[in-house]
Design a protein around this ligand. Structure first.
Ligand SMILES: Nc1ncnc2c1ncn2[C@@H]1O[C@H](COP(=O)(O)OP(=O)(O)O)[C@@H](O)[C@H]1O
Ligand SMILES: [Mg+2]
Length: 331
């Protein structure tokens, strides 16, 4: 098997005031076994919507996949019923959300939330599940797990709650973990510990990870491949080395330049002018980044660029590259 996950031409839209607006627009990528793929981009670029689409956890009646397919271990997910999807979710694919407090249930103990998933997906006695819960808490670096197992989420620190979320996510040894900004809410030291933990679990369990972050330092530390998203589209995809040493898309270059550096004065910090367009204000023609792009040429406002090969394993969607012109366009 050469792909753990394949996403092909995925489009996800939201119904806003009776009209459909796409937050993910024609996105294709794949994740290989044991690979860590990073997804980066500013807030509002569609990273979370993309992961919720893969998990089929879009808000019902509001968000829907309008095109494309998601293939997990060779199996198409779109035809599956809620029941069938429930069997996959948590067991084969699981997800860690940005804010652990909102995804842990405040009225249940840590232990019952951990054992619930194991009892749902496995054939275990309650006692065995509780023992496993304690083992899992220990494996994610929680000291005194015998005590924590009977506590409630609000009794734990942010870092501890995120460790619990990781324990829940890996309880059934999923093949794919989607971690959506797993450390954003945490302070820097805890952040480093959590990332180290994820990496060690990934190696031990032979797991693939989709790691969503706006922190390029995290990408450098963790990822094999990186997808750069802007306004619902992939603008660049490459391995982590060339992301840092040979970025091509003007947006990627600006993201790289906005990493604070220790040897720089804060005043010199490069930021990207303007903001990510909201769904209702998404440009319908031309490149979505054109308005903010320092390298934009006149046709960037009229021709929609295509994601195309720049070099082996490296794709860019930008009209500065001949290959990104749509085949049918007349210049
Ligand atoms: N439930 C929703 N209803 C309407 N619009 C939404 C909803 N969730 C997300 N969006 C919009 O979709 C776009 C992408 O959002 P999101 O995927 O959360 O961005 P990111 O995770 O990259 O910060 C944003 O414009 C956001 O406002
Ligand atoms: Mg998000």
């Amino acid at each position: 098997m050469n792909s753990m996950l394949e996403v092909k031409n995925l489009k996800t839209g939201f119904d806003i005031d009776g009209a459909l607006y796409h937050a993910v627009d024609d996105v294709s990528f794949s994740v290989k076994p044991r690979q860590i793929v990073g997804i980066v981009g500013e807030s509002g670029c569609g990273k979370s919507v993309l992961s919720l689409s893969v998990m089929k956890l879009l808000p019902k009646g509001i968000g829907k996949i309008t095109n494309g397919e998601v293939i997990f271990q060779g199996k198409k997910l779109e035809g599956l019923t809620d029941d069938e999807m429930n069997k996959i979710r948590g067991k084969d694919i699981s997800m860690i959300f940005q804010e652990p407090m909102t995804s842990l249930n405040p009225v249940f103990t840590i232990g019952s939330q951990l054992t619930e998933i194991m009892l749902n997906h496995g054939d275990l006695s309650k006692k065995a599940a509780r023992d496993m819960a304690i083992q899992l808490l220990k494996s994610v670096g929680i000291s005194r797990p015998e005590k924590i197992v009977d506590e409630y989420p609000h009794q734990l620190s942010g870092g501890m709650r995120q460790r619990v979320m990781i324990a829940i996510a890996i309880a059934c040894q999923p093949k794919l973990l989607i971690a959506d900004e797993p450390t954003t809410a945490l302070d820097v030291t805890v952040q480093a510990q959590i990332l180290e933990l994820l990496k060690s679990i990934q190696e031990k369990n032979d797991m693939s990870i989709i790691l969503i972050t706006h922190d390029l330092g995290v990408v450098a530390e963790m990822c094999d491949e990186v997808i750069v998203m802007y306004a619902g589209k992939i603008v660049e995809r490459t391995d982590v080395d060339s992301l840092f040493h040979n970025p091509q898309h003007p947006y990627t270059k600006l993201l790289m330049a906005s990493i604070p550096r220790i040897d720089e004065e804060v005043g010199q910090l490069a930021t990207i002018q303007g903001i990510v367009p909201s769904l209702k204000n998404m440009p319908t023609i031309g490149c979505r980044f054109a308005d903010r792009c320092p390298s934009a040429k006149p046709e960037c406002k009229t021709v929609i660029p295509q994601l195309a090969k720049f070099e082996e394993g490296h794709e860019v969607s930008c009209l500065l590259f001949e290959s990104s012109y749509p085949k049918e366009s007349v210049r």
